[in-house]
Design a protein around this ligand. Structure first.
Ligand SMILES: [Zn+2]
Length: 98
């Protein structure tokens, strides 16, 4: 294993931690201790991430929490935001600020 692999894995871990907290903030779920501050700190430490977005297709109701450089599930990032590929419609997206 080389150092690049470790960094890559840490980034994925950081993104996942922020994603989990962002969903809780959006749903107004109870946060554990300083979870929100930790997530905000991870975003500050990784300015390249940007804020996560809730991406939703109003047609098939699929939802994902994505950073602005991510594709997941049916959603493909385009120059004008995400698009739900199977439905062939633009998805709505809402930025989550931590
Ligand atoms: Zn859809």
């Amino acid at each position: 294993m080389n150092i690049r692999d470790v960094n890559l894995r840490d980034e994925q871990k950081s993104r996942q931690a922020v994603r989990t907290t962002a969903v809780k903030v959006l749903r107004s779920d109870d946060l554990i201790g300083d979870e929100k501050a930790v997530a905000a700190g991870l975003l500050r430490a990784n300015p390249g991430f940007g804020n996560p977005h809730v991406v939703r297709c109003n047609w098939c109701r699929e939802t994902r929490t994505l950073f602005r450089d991510e594709n997941d599930g049916p959603f493909k990032l385009t120059a004008h935001g995400w698009r739900c590929t199977p439905c062939d419609v633009s998805a709505s997206s809402q930025e989550i600020k931590l």
